[in-house]
Design a protein around this ligand. Structure first.
Ligand code: ZN
Length: 211
């Protein structure tokens, strides 16, 4: 499918479709919290974020920007896997010949393993909310690489290179102003971001980068 621009009367209006694919289902509570948190931190005037699932065909829709996000492993908040050491890759963005592609992967299994202590003593509903927030932070981080068009990191905020378990679940973690400005600039000028196809591509030669 070829995507074009479907401008409304507002010259600044843009749409960003986040096409999600889940290896294992998220609970509705986790998904709702993840979406809410993404919409809270991706503060771009005029930008509407539209959520779609990859396994459902949306033949006639067009968007200004498309990002494909796949969630790997179990996103269950009980039966947590053991800690898997330091420097776990929680998410990454596909690269091809050094170019950042709008294809993001989020590792549910590693994220929930990292949240063992944060989950301790918490009820299932609270864990589901915390997981939704954590998934959103990892997704927002990768979304930054795609939307800002950079593989570089900040020293603070969502665009920093490493996140602690506390960073993943605490009440407020936002983008630094400068990072948000980079996203806004690219969104408003449509630089190299519009995906040519909404079909999820598996890039065999893609390398992994990023935590
Ligand atoms: Zn990164």
């Amino acid at each position: 499918m070829l995507l074009g621009n479907d401008r409304s009367d507002d010259p600044n209006a843009r749409t960003l479709a986040i096409m999600t694919g889940y290896e294992r289902p998220l609970t509705p509570e986790t998904m709702a919290e993840m979406r809410k948190e993404i919409e809270k931190v991706v503060l771009v005037p005029g930008l509407s974020i539209i959520w779609r699932q990859l396994d459902i065909t949306h033949a006639q829709e067009v968007f200004d920007h498309v990002l494909v996000a796949r969630f790997r492993g179990s996103c269950e908040v009980a039966d947590l896997p053991p800690p898997s050491g330091f420097d776990n890759v929680l998410g990454f963005t596909h690269l091809s010949d050094g170019v950042i592609l709008p294809f993001v992967e989020v590792d549910c299994e590693r994220i929930r393993s990292l949240l063992r202590r944060e989950f301790r003593g918490k009820s299932r509903p609270v864990r589901e909310l915390l997981l939704g927030r954590a998934l959103a932070r990892v997704l927002a981080h990768e979304l930054y690489h795609v939307l800002a068009g950079t593989s570089k990191h900040s020293t603070r905020g969502i665009a920093k290179a490493h996140m602690s378990p506390d960073d993943l679940v605490r009440d407020d973690l936002a983008f630094e102003d400068g990072d948000l400005a980079k996203i806004r600039l690219r969104i408003s000028t449509n630089l190299e971001l519009a995906a040519q196809s909404a079909v999820p591509l598996e890039n065999r030669s893609a390398k992994q980068t990023e935590e």
